[in-house]
Design a protein around this ligand. Structure first.
Ligand code: ZN
Length: 205
């Protein structure tokens, strides 16, 4: 197998892979999209919501905001060995928002209790408060998840095409990880799967 990086920036990477087949290319694409853990808001507790947007719709919108995070710092909530799933600083991060109208509320208005967990983009509109005195106030809990559980945790949009004798991949990060991180993590997952498969084959002998 040969890999060549064709172009890259903060959000996107393009690379060519030689000597693989369609099944391998599909598996790599699927893992990058749905098995790389990312950080997103899972719970929102509204204290005040005078906007025109119902709580459920706003919670959904908040969940879609990509968040940066230290990729070595967090456990999955359900299997956290520090708290056994009760919730702790190793598996959950609290973000709060408290704003008064009138005006547009943006992702940058979210105040995170963890330095590493911040909105990737500051100017994602959440909702507009039209009247003076209108308030929006909530506490949100972000945690790790994967695209397989819900689209809000999807790490990347990935496409590939077959050209000559190479598969050309285009990976665009839609989360708080760099595109290189996503590719490297996917390669690890693929490696673990191959080694697991090897062990199972060994047992059959
Ligand atoms: Zn925990």
């Amino acid at each position: 197998m040969k890999v060549e990086i064709l172009s890259q920036n903060d959000r996107e990477i393009k690379f060519a892979v030689k000597e693989i087949n369609v099944a391998f290319a599909n598996e790599l694409r699927r893992i990058m999209m749905s098995e790389v853990p990312t950080m997103a808001v899972e719970w929102v507790d509204f204290k005040k919501n005078d906007s025109a947007l119902p709580d459920e719709l706003m919670a959904n919108r908040i969940g879609q905001i990509p968040l940066t995070f230290d990729k070595k710092a967090y456990n999955f909530h359900e299997t956290c060995d520090n708290c056994k799933g009760k919730g702790c600083s190793r598996c959950q991060v609290e973000l709060v928002l408290k704003k008064k109208g009138p005006g547009m509320i943006y992702s940058e208005d979210l105040k995170s209790k963890a330095k590493d967990v911040q909105p990737v983009f500051g100017k994602i509109p959440i909702v507009e408060l039209f009247e003076s005195g209108d308030e929006l106030q909530f506490e949100a809990i972000a945690q790790l998840g994967t695209g397989r559980e819900h689209a809000k945790w999807q790490a990347a949009v990935v496409g590939y095409k077959y050209e000559g004798d190479s598969f050309i991949f285009n990976v665009e990060s839609v989360c708080g990880l760099s595109p290189e991180d996503i590719v490297m993590h996917a390669a690890d997952v693929l490696g673990e799967k191959a080694s697991e498969f090897g062990k199972l084959l060994g047992k059959l002998k």
